[in-house]
Design a protein around this ligand. Sequence first.
Ligand SMILES: Cc1cc2nc3c(=O)[nH]c(=O)nc-3n(C[C@H](O)[C@H](O)[C@H](O)COP(=O)(O)OP(=O)(O)OC[C@H]3O[C@@H](n4cnc5c(N)ncnc54)[C@H](O)[C@@H]3O)c2cc1C
Length: 360
Amino acid sequence: MGKRIAIIGGGYVGAELAKTMDDIADVTLIEQRSHFVHAPAMIRALVQPGLVEEALIPYDRLLKRGRVVEARATGVDGNGVTLDDGARIDADYIVVATGSDYAAPFKPKGADIEGMRTANQAAREKLVSAKTIGIIGAGAVGVELAGEIAYAMPDKKITLITMDDKLFAAKPDSLGTSLSKKLKASGVEIILGEKAEGLASKTEPHAGSVTLGDGTQRTFDLIFPVLGARACSDLLKNLPGAEVTAAERIKTDDYMRPSSLPNVFAAGDVANPGDNMTIVAVSRQLPWLKKTLTGLITGRKLADMKTYRPWGPEAPILLPLGPKRGNSFLMLFTVGDWVTQKMKGAHLFVSKYEKLLNRP
Ligand SMILES: Cc1cc2nc3c(=O)[nH]c(=O)nc-3n(C[C@H](O)[C@H](O)[C@H](O)COP(=O)(O)OP(=O)(O)OC[C@H]3O[C@@H](n4cnc5c(N)ncnc54)[C@H](O)[C@@H]3O)c2cc1C
């Protein structure tokens, strides 16, 4: 029998790691949903309804040797994983990749795949009948959402509100400035440096008002709260030595371990090794995880292997504003519409993840 690896969560970390390790180890992927959720496409799926079915990809063909167990993990220890029905998955190595939740309709907490379809449809119906849209939060999701709605539904009056003084402050000014110009040119009002208080919900799109710092009230037919992701870290919080950081993420050591258990690793949004919560960060963590787990399986010691080094401020980011426009930060430069469209805007990497999940 080969070494057993249990992976909890079949998102960007879990699905790809399971597939890459499938030839090398006895892999069990534990995932509560029947389908992979391709988050970047869930933004455009609001304005392009058919896209939701392309963004939700079944797991049934992912693994050739290993298995995908559709269940919720409720406990982790040094010997394996406990599932919600009490069953045990014993393992030599465990990777916790439970990711994060986001406001509806993007990745709502606790929603199964049917729940995600319903949330998408309900939000779309509200969007179609709304004339004024308030988007609260101008991170990548808020900015892309403003761009997608402005492109597909140019008659909507969109207002993007953020407490930050500029867009994407951690990147060179050229990125935020260029995105602002394009959004304004397509009719989006941008309010910077204002905290919107009084949101009726931080997780559901709704009609209502917010109050800005100077006391003015802004009322919208539809408000999208897009305030960032919350890590799904319940499984890790009570492990020995676990440290909870911002957005509920668990700090990991140099070998991506979230606790003093030597054979339990954590990666992706649930872990905080110093990376942002992005697929881009996952793409750096995956090769390291594969190499490290392969080393361990073949008898190497962790202390003899390379530690994980997170991205610094040079981490790339791709920000389409609809299928044709946008800006990206790549290899230390801000690039424009053409590169952003070719790299992400036109296709949103849908076929890449269909291929990962072995769909035709
Ligand atoms: C709308 C949106 C758009 C985004 N666009 C981009 C983008 O364009 N580029 C980019 O770099 N990043 C983007 N992100 C961020 C990106 O989606 C995350 O960084 C990424 O999903 C993290 O991958 P992960 O594998 O850690 O977790 P996830 O993708 O969240 O996957 C975690 C999986 O674990 C499962 N799970 C959780 N708890 C349990 C449990 N107890 N038992 C069993 N299964 C469990 C979940 O069902 C889920 O399938 C976007 C996020 C959102 C919300």
